[in-house]
Design a binder for this molecule. Structure first.
Ligand code: CA
Length: 226
C-alpha cells in the first residue's frame, strides 16, 4: 500500500510521512502539482493525500488531472480552507474524501482505512469505463454490450493495462507483471499479445485502446466518456 503525499509544507509532509511509515504504509512526498502528476504517471500509487494549496497549481486542478489519469485512484484532499465551496468543489471533481488542517493523525488513518476498504471492494469486482467492462472475478470482458472471449494470458494483460490506465508501461514491466519473469534479450511476445487485444477490443474508426510508445512500450487509454 503506497501513499503519495502532495504537500509543500515540508514539516507537515515529513510528519505525515513518518506517521504513515510507522503504520506500515509506504509513503512518498512531492511538493508540487506537477510532481504529483508525474509521480502518478510513473510510479505505482494506491492513494493520494492532496494539499489543496500548492505552490504551482491549485490542488483542485491537480485532482482533475489525476482523475483523468487514474479514475479509480483514491484521493483525500487536505485543505486549510474550511469553507464549504472548496469542499463541494473538490467532491464534485472526484475527491473521495477531504480532511481539514490541522487534523488529528488518527482521524487521517481512519479515513485512509475506510477509503482503501472501499477501493478494495470495488477493485475486487469490476473495472469499467463507458463501453468496456472487465469482471475480475469471473474473468469476463464486455465491449459495449458484446462479451469478448479472451485467453487467460490476454485477460491477464488486459487486467494489467486496466489497473494502470494512462501510464507508460515498458515491455519489461509488462513481461514481469503478466508473464512473471524478467525476460532477457529480445522478445516480441508483448507486441504479439497487444495485437491480439487490439483485434478483439478496438473499434474500427476509433483510436486504439493500446497506444504504442515507440522505443518504450505501451500505454492503455480507456475509452473516452461520451
Ligand atoms: Ca500548502
Amino acid at each position: 500500500m503506497r501513499i503519495l503525499i502532495v504537500e509543500d509544507e515540508t514539516n507537515l509532509a515529513s510528519v505525515i510521512e513518518r506517521g504513515l511509515k510507522g503504520q506500515g504504509y509506504q509513503a512518498s512526498v512531492v511538493e508540487s502539482g506537477e510532481d504529483a502528476v508525474l509521480f502518478v504517471c510513473t510510479e505505482p500509487v494506491d492513494l493520494v493525500l492532496l494539499d489543496i494549496g500548492l505552490p504551482d497549481r491549485d490542488g483542485q486542478e491537480v485532482l482533475a488531472e489525476l482523475r483523468r489519469l487514474r479514475r479509480d485512484l483514491p484521493v483525500i484532499m487536505v485543505t486549510a480552507r474550511d469553507d464549504m465551496p472548496s469542499k463541494i468543489g473538490a467532491l464534485d471533481r472526484g475527491a473521495d474524501d477531504y480532511i481539514t488542517k490541522p487534523f488529528n493523525f488518527d482521524e487521517l488513518l481512519a479515513r485512509i482505512r475506510a477509503l482503501t476498504r472501499r477501493a478494495d471492494q470495488a477493485q475486487a469486482a469490476t473495472i469499467a469505463w463507458r463501453g468496456l467492462r472487465i469482471d475480475l472475478l469471473s474473468h469476463r470482458v464486455w465491449r459495449d454490450e458484446d462479451e469478448v472471449t479472451l485467453s487467460r494470458r490476454e485477460f491477464a494483460l488486459l487486467e494489467y493495462f486496466a489497473r494502470n490506465p494512462g501510464r507508460l508501461l515498458s515491455r519489461q514491466q509488462i513481461l514481469a507483471a503478466v508473464w512473471e519473469y524478467d525476460f532477457e534479450g529480445e522478445s516480441n511476445v508483448v507486441d504479439v499479445y497487444v495485437r491480439y487485444l487490439r483485434n478483439k477490443l478496438d473499434r474500427s474508426l476509433e483510436p486504439s485502446l493500446f497506444t504504442t510508445i515507440r522505443g518504450s512500450g505501451y500505454r492503455f487509454d480507456p475509452p473516452p466518456p461520451g
